[in-house]
Design a protein around this ligand. Structure first.
Ligand SMILES: *Cc1c(COP(=O)(O)O)cnc(C)c1O
Length: 433
């Protein structure tokens, strides 16, 4: 496989861009090697700068549920662009997207458009604090809510650890407003709410975790959070930046039938362009300026191109789409599991609908502590083995692989053939020591 152009581009990029990338995971630190520079995408495929073609399971980390360059999305963006790319004034298309998104998501009566998931989570947290008059936030170890200061905290071990910042530059005082508890542990949440009685503004959660690999909520977890927050007078925020319009028409809140007070959206909402949103009950959302006093703004918020791409994307997503994605996801999961078993490779596949993670060396993964047990070295070999066989899998053991509607039997089959061939080799190499 020729990769010369990607290598040259990566060297050149590093001279002007820190680490050569504009978002850390793109640098392949988790698997080693030189990241592919992508030249174009179509449907389920991407082509790198050297002209190699791959089946793409990254899907830009979630937004591309229709695959690359979907004709209707491209046509809409072209049409919108020709009429002007931004006005800094309201447009009719924003209302239509807001109406459409609210109609799909059970908890949303109103929403505000922003330009990223980070902004959505940051703003939802500010709003929850203003609405409750409290400052503490409870989040879960391994859940990612963008890179706003107070949310860049996970935990040491144990229950209710007050968090240390994950990054230099985050004042410890900010991170100290955030308590971190294990995912899927309702008792830990109950304990921290008791401990911080009357101080917790909100519990924020990825209802299906996608940022320590895919981890489904155990039965009773989300409904338990709903009950506990209600009792504590705290808000419940679902960060559905990945799961919104991904795991069901109405996101995880529909799939698991639990209604949060606020929801954060991004990724699919913008159909591959920069767009996010936060929304919820009207009584809470009406605290946002200019309806209320909670300040929140954006020069490019509700950008016409992003709104157009989002509307075109939602228009293609019907109940039937999710049945199709479920079928393809199940096929991929069962295929991967069969191959793991065939070659006695220890591992577990976690999946919800069309998002999936293959963890090596562990039997099951229900939280961050278990995810961290996964065999990263084997994953790195797997990643490069798949790449050599034409499959572009997420370059990190703690990310979700995504299917799009463009991933048919053929593409799933290619991934399984590649995995079988790699696993056979891996088993042979192991046997030889
Ligand atoms: C991607 C992601 C974010 C951040 O969104 P950006 O658009 O990258 O800022 C927030 N929350 C979750 C759950 C995400 O997956």
């Amino acid at each position: 496989m020729k990769l010369e152009r990607s290598r040259a581009l990566f060297e050149r990029a590093q001279r002007k861009i820190p680490g050569g990338v504009n978002s850390p995971v793109r640098a392949w630190k988790g698997v080693g090697g030189t990241p592919l520079f992508i030249a174009r995408g179509e449907g389920a495929y991407v082509w790198d700068a050297d002209g190699n073609r791959y089946v793409d399971f990254v899907a830009s980390w979630g937004p591309l549920i229709l695959g690359h360059a979907h004709p209707k999305v491209v046509a809409t963006v072209r049409e919108m662009a020709a009429r002007g790319t931004t006005f800094g004034a309201p447009t009719e298309a924003e209302i239509e997207l807001a109406e459409e998104a609210c109609a799909r998501m059970p908890c949303m009566e109103k929403l505000r458009l922003v330009s990223s998931g980070t902004e959505a989570a940051m703003s939802a947290v500010r709003l929850a604090r203003a609405f409750t008059g409290r400052t503490k936030i409870v989040k879960f170890d391994g859940c990612y809510h963008g890179h706003a200061d107070g949310l860049l905290a996970r935990a040491g071990s144990g229950v209710a650890t007050l968090a240390l910042p994950d990054s230099p530059g985050v004042p410890p005082a900010f991170a100290a407003e955030t308590a971190v508890v294990p995912f899927n542990d309702v008792d830990a949440v109950a304990a921290v709410l008791r401990e911080l009685q009357g101080a917790v503004a909100a519990v924020i959660v990825e209802p299906v975790c996608g940022n320590m690999g895919v981890i489904p909520p155990v039965p009773g977890f989300l409904s338990g959070l709903r009950e506990l927050t209600e009792k504590a007078g705290a808000g419940l925020i679902f960060d559905e930046v990945i799961t919104g319009f991904r795991v069901d028409c109405g996101g995880a809140q529909e799939r698991y039938q639990v209604k949060p007070d606020l929801v954060c959206l991004g990724k699919i909402l913008g159909g591959g362009l920069p767009l996010g949103a936060f929304g919820g009950k009207a009584a809470i959302m009406d605290c946002v300026a200019p309806a209320g006093p909670v300040y929140q703004a954006g020069t490019l918020s509700g950008n016409p191109l992003a709104v157009g791409a989002g509307r075109a994307t939602l228009a293609e997503l019907s109940r039937e789409t999710y049945h199709k994605l479920e079928t393809a996801g199940a096929e991929l999961q069962q295929g991967l599991e069969a191959i793991l078993a065939r070659y006695n490779t220890p591992g577990a596949v976690n999946r919800v609908g069309s998002m999936l993670t293959l963890f090596f060396g562990v039997e099951r993964v229900r939280n961050a502590a278990e995810a961290r047990q996964a065999d990263r070295e084997r994953f790195a070999r797997f990643f490069h083995g798949m790449l050599e066989r034409g499959i572009y899998w997420p370059p990190s053991p703690f990310e979700a692989a995504f299917l799009s509607v463009a991933h048919g039997r053929g593409e799933v089959g290619k991934a399984l053939d590649a995995f079988d061939d790699w696993a056979k080799n891996e088993a042979k190499n192991e046997a030889m020591g």
